[in-house]
Design a protein around this ligand. Structure first.
Ligand code: ADP
Ligand code: MG
Ligand code: MG
Length: 258
């Protein structure tokens, strides 16, 4: 049984008083311990898929299923999904003025620990763990004293996201275009964070436009997405083929098969 199984998923969003269908029969399986990449042109529905899996209420699932370890993911409220190990890093991390970064992180970590039946981390134990992770990320400790993401540079926001991910230790991390606008050092930091978690208890969906991130995080599988569906899946060579030939090759091949 795969960790994540998405079957024939259809989802839409309400925009300007009308429904817009975005996911149109998307199917995908991610076994435990595997890192999969999703690549696809702008507007094909990658962020919609991330949001639907994380339980963002703006999106309405009209049919299909998504299961986590065989359990109905779509029936769970977003907090329960997080407690069951789903972590979503957004393309544009949210800024929370007035919310202390350390408090925010510790609250998130302890909510997940409580839900897993683990004891809460006391402030001292939390700080110790956070400091160790921050050191590995070359992320200054002072960043814990700041408001969440407020005035953070692009690279600092990504480091903060990776810090959250490492502290939460998810079983399924969804990274939605986390590499957009990153310089090569920040890209390496993101990759190191993901690679450090790789193992039998960790799966990831890496959504990206670029081959570059996948040079550092070599995925087990690559899925090509277009028009709200997965149209092709293969090994890491698929991302390199996409880089060389663009999406049109896959789109044409898919159109012929229909
Ligand atoms: P991707 O992440 O692959 O670029 P998205 O999932 O963000 O694609 O968007 C898929 C389609 O849905 C696009 O045509 C986009 O304009 C539309 N869409 C997404 N979110 C909204 C929204 N909040 N309001 C209106 N349209 C949206
Ligand atoms: Mg986009
Ligand atoms: Mg997107």
């Amino acid at each position: 049984r795969p960790l994540l199984a998405v079957h024939d998923l259809h989802a839409r969003i309400e925009a300007d008083g009308a429904h817009k269908d975005i996911l149109k029969g998307l199917s995908l399986e991610v076994p435990a311990g595997e890192v999969h990449a999703i690549m696809g042109p702008n507007g094909c529905g990658k962020s919609t898929l991330s949001n639907v899996l994380a339980g963002q209420p703006r999106y309405e699932v009209t049919s299909g299923q998504a299961a986590l370890r065989g359990e109905d993911l779509l029936a769970m409220p977003p907090e329960e999904r997080a407690a069951k190990g789903v972590f979503l890093a957004f393309q544009n991390p949210v800024e929370l003025p007035g919310v202390n970064n350390a408090t925010f992180l510790r609250t998130a970590v302890n909510a997940v620990r409580r839900a897993r039946g683990e004891g809460e981390l006391a402030p001292v134990a939390f700080l110790k763990a956070a400091r160790a992770e921050m050191k590995a990320l070359s992320f200054p400790e002072d960043m814990l004293k700041r408001a969440v993401n407020v005035g953070f540079s692009g690279g600092e926001k990504k480091r903060n996201d990776i810090l959250q991910m490492k502290m939460l230790n998810p079983s399924l991390a969804i990274l939605d275009e986390m590499d957009s606008g990153l310089d090569i050092d920040a890209l390496r930091i993101v990759a190191q964070g993901v690679n450090a978690l790789r193992g039998p208890g960790f799966s990831a969906l890496i959504i990206t436009h670029h081959q570059k991130l996948l040079d550092y995080i070599v995925p087990d599988r690559v899925h090509v997405m277009a028009g709200g569906r997965i149209i092709h899946s293969g090994g890491p060579e698929v991302s390199r083929q996409l880089e060389r030939e663009g999406y049109s090759h896959f789109l044409e091949k898919h159109a012929e098969e229909q």
